[in-house]
Ligand binder design. Structure first.
Ligand code: 3HC
Length: 303
């Protein structure tokens, strides 16, 4: 069944090589998924060799974990490792059909990445973005071929979370959108077409929810009570653990984007800002016996 809003799949272009810009955690997870499900070469790039090596190393480490669990055969593991490579030179993307960026969440940085990519890829190569909150229409606006830009928003952990938000910019053409849906299907994701609105749909709901959890702590509810209080909702993990999984800086950035777009509906916790400024990533810490306690430095700064 065709997902709501998806164009005729006959318009989709084949994807025979994938590029991933940024070699951080989401990028590495995406690179592995593309190699595993599309069986095509995947090239990662980043701004320096250290980041790049770390990204490719992460993918190879994840392949070893799959091998250890018997999820892939030794041959498949070797094949996957060979498919995922790194290059500092975007010329390596010259014959890519689908390039996705997962760099720092800043509109200007992402526009610059796309402008640079246009110098190397064909006019039909899809330029996808994994942004979690920024406008796809604005991201495309400076390009010679904005019609091949599309939002392709995964959730962490990429290998496990079934949903994929596909975002159509004002300029996106049907062939690009059809290619995005066909690729989502090959990745075995459940794709939905969402509006190009701040934070799309999932992060908008999540940010409001997390914002209320943090506000309750700001008001004096203890961390453990705030976490436990969400149990009746049946979520797979508590909000403060999820904050750690998503990344505190990413979560703060999304809440700031939402506050700027809808100041009456979204607030940003000052304590959360202090938490991120202090370089903290987790509220909880665990001792050798597995007992969970609040990091005392976090308790101290969350006034
Ligand atoms: N990377 C890869 N695989 C992972 C993983 C990770 N970070 N974390 C867990 N997994 C895999 C495990 O290896 C395991 O796979 P297996 O069945 O092949 O062994 C499987 O997931 C289940 O893991 P576990 O048995 O260890 O643990 P759980 O059953 O408790 O599941 C969870 C872990 C999938 C993370 C689950 O707790 C969950 O779904 N949590 C909610 C996550 C969520 O809400 N994500 C969305 C965040 S918002 C976002 O990403 C948007 C962004 O823009 C901010």
């Amino acid at each position: 069944k065709r997902p709501v809003g998806a164009p005729d799949k006959g318009l989709a272009r084949p994807v025979t090589k994938v590029g991933v810009v940024g070699a951080g955690l989401m990028a590495g997870q995406m690179a592995l998924l593309f190699a595993r499900r599309l069986h095509v070469p995947v090239v990662l790039t980043d701004i320096d060799q250290t980041r790049l090596d770390k990204g490719v190393g992460y993918v190879h480490g994840e392949v070893d974990k799959l091998l250890g669990k018997g999820r892939v055969s030794p041959d498949e593991a070797n094949r996957l490792k060979a498919l995922v490579t790194g290059s500092l030179d975007k010329a390596a993307f010259a014959d890519a059909d689908f390039v996705i960026e997962a760099v720092f969440e800043d509109l200007g940085v992402k526009q610059q990445v796309f402008a640079e990519l246009e110098q190397h890829v064909s006019a039909e190569c899809v330029l996808a973005t994994n942004t979690s909150s920024l406008s796809i229409t604005e991201m495309a606006s400076k390009l010679a071929h904005p019609e091949r830009v599309v939002g392709f928003h995964f959730f962490n952990p990429v290998a496990v979370m079934p949903l994929l938000e596909i975002v159509r910019a004002d300029q996106t053409d049907d062939a690009t959108l059809a290619t995005a849906f066909a690729t989502g299907k090959q990745l075995k994701k459940s794709s939905v077409l969402v509006k190009d609105a701040p934070s799309f749909v999932v992060n908008r709901l999540l940010t409001r929810f997390m914002g209320e959890v943090l506000k309750s702590v700001d008001e004096g509810t203890p961390f453990d009570v705030a976490d436990k209080a969400t149990e009746p909702l049946g979520l797979p993990m508590s909000p403060l653990i999820l904050l750690q999984l998503v990344g505190s800086a990413v979560a703060l950035h999304v809440s700031e984007t939402m506050h700027a777009a809808y100041p009456d509906r979204f607030s940003v916790s000052e304590n959360m800002k202090a938490f991120v400024a202090a370089g903290k990533t987790a509220v909880w810490q665990w001792d050798a016996q597995g007992n969970q306690t609040v990091d005392p430095e976090v308790a101290e700064l969350w006034k």
